[in-house]
Write a protein that binds this ligand. Structure first.
Ligand SMILES: [Zn+2]
Length: 406
């Protein structure tokens, strides 16, 4: 099959006018001007004409479980209060509600151009009821061991179903100890051993809030008091930053995907220079919580690529990565449209160890494509970022998808 468009955005940021892609099975086997490809065979041609064809976007931090929480929790003065509110909200939802939420999340992602998502999955009890997603989902099993909501047995059964089901689904699985304030150092060590043994990816929330940093640096504050009352062992607090605490425990590797990193001490940058983890920034969630400025420039200067995520709709309005960029670039004016576009595409793929496979249009990449209308002759990366409509063409894994009506 050949897909053609007036503009094709290749993986390296090159713009290919009157371009075409030959897809065989689920893979792009050729990308060249249409005139060079079309004469070679009688293959089916889908000519999108007046369109910009881009690799599908990669959302590197999301929680589809909370898709129906949109607008329910207004911004709180305290991160700890927000945690209490979302914990209360979770109890009001049934397994059926969560399955529907996840399904709505798939559609919201596809309708905004995302074809791959790193989804933190906190509800293993719903795994037996899920059907195959129409896009690539990396299910990162969330783990908490202070006052865990589920018994070990339920969590294990859910994880068993997940492992079985995802063998046939697009995407993969990973492990997500929630954060050092809810997952013990012992749990982090188990995760590291398990990830080493199975080659699974790991993602964790880190240095997200001022209250988390205060808890680890000084052994005090609202989050400290809240968790101490819940019975958390607090002897790991008061010794240094949360990043240094994790780094010194020896569990973290350069493959780990760290969401947020909003509150860093000066010595943390040296740790990042040595450890070189993968970092995900969630711009609108960042503003929702009123965090201090994310240190994008310093991380980039160190050669650390930053991927983009939406986080959940408990602290955001949509799963649209274009909206994340439109919001973020008010704060980082140095970045060009193509750099932002790479953050929406290849940086997320790199975080998932899918570089060259996802988030790019090139020979050998998987055929995950989205098309948007051309509006004038200005920068085509800018046009993608500024587009507000759903893509009028979506391909995932070599198959054309029809988006569901609302
Ligand atoms: Zn999150």
């Amino acid at each position: 099959m050949i897909i053609a468009a007036d503009i094709v955005l290749k993986g390296n940021g090159e713009v290919l006018p009157h371009g075409a892609i030959r897809v065989r099975g689920n893979t792009i086997i050729e990308c060249a001007p249409l005139s060079e490809i079309s004469g070679k065979s009688q293959e089916k041609l889908i000519d999108l004409k007046d369109s910009i064809l881009s690799p599908g976007f990669v959302n590197a931090h999301c929680h589809l479980d909370y898709q129906e929480f949109k607008g329910v929790i207004p911004p709180q003065k305290s991160f700890t209060e927000w945690i209490k509110k979302i914990n209360a909200l979770k109890n009001d939802f049934s397994n059926q509600d969560y399955c529907e939420a996840i399904h709505h999340g798939y559609q919201d992602l596809l309708k905004t151009g995302t074809t791959t998502v790193l989804n933190i999955a906190a509800m293993p009890e719903v795994f037996p009821y899920l059907t195959a997603p129409p896009l690539r989902v990396w299910w990162f099993m969330e783990m908490v061991d202070i006052r865990s909501r589920l018994g070990t047995e339920e969590a294990l059964i859910g994880f068993f179903f997940l492992m079985e089901r995802t063998k046939k689904w697009l995407g993969g699985v990973g492990l997500s100890p929630h954060a050092p304030y809810t997952a013990s150092s012992g749990l982090y060590r188990h995760v590291r051993r398990c990830a080493d043994a199975t080659n699974m990816l790991v993602s964790t929330h880190l240095a997200e809030s001022r209250e988390e940093q205060e808890m680890f640096l000084y052994g005090k504050g609202r989050l400290y008091d809240f968790l101490q009352k819940l019975g958390r062992e607090m002897s790991d607090c008061g010794h240094g930053s949360v990043l240094s605490s994790l780094w010194e425990s020896g569990v973290m590797t350069s493959d780990w995907i760290l969401a947020h990193l909003n509150y860093l001490q000066e010595y943390d940058f040296e740790i990042l220079r040595q450890s070189r983890p993968k970092v995900v920034h969630c711009p609108r969630c960042h503003t929702y919580f009123g965090h201090q400025r994310f240190e994008m420039e310093r991380l980039e200067e160190m050669g650390i690529l930053v991927a983009l995520g939406t986080d959940s709709l408990a602290s955001n309005h949509s799963l649209d990565l274009r909206s994340e960029v439109r919001h973020a670039r008010n704060h980082y004016e140095h970045k060009t449209p193509v750099e932002w576009w790479r953050m929406m595409t290849s940086h997320g793929a790199w975080a998932l160890k899918q570089e060259g496979k996802l988030g790019v249009i090139q020979e050998g990449a998987l055929a995950d494509l989205v098309a948007f209308p051309i509006s004038g002759e200005k920068d085509y990366f800018e046009q993608v970022i500024e587009s507000r409509c759903a893509p009028h063409y979506v391909m995932v894994n070599g198959k054309t998808l029809l988006l569901e009506e609302n």
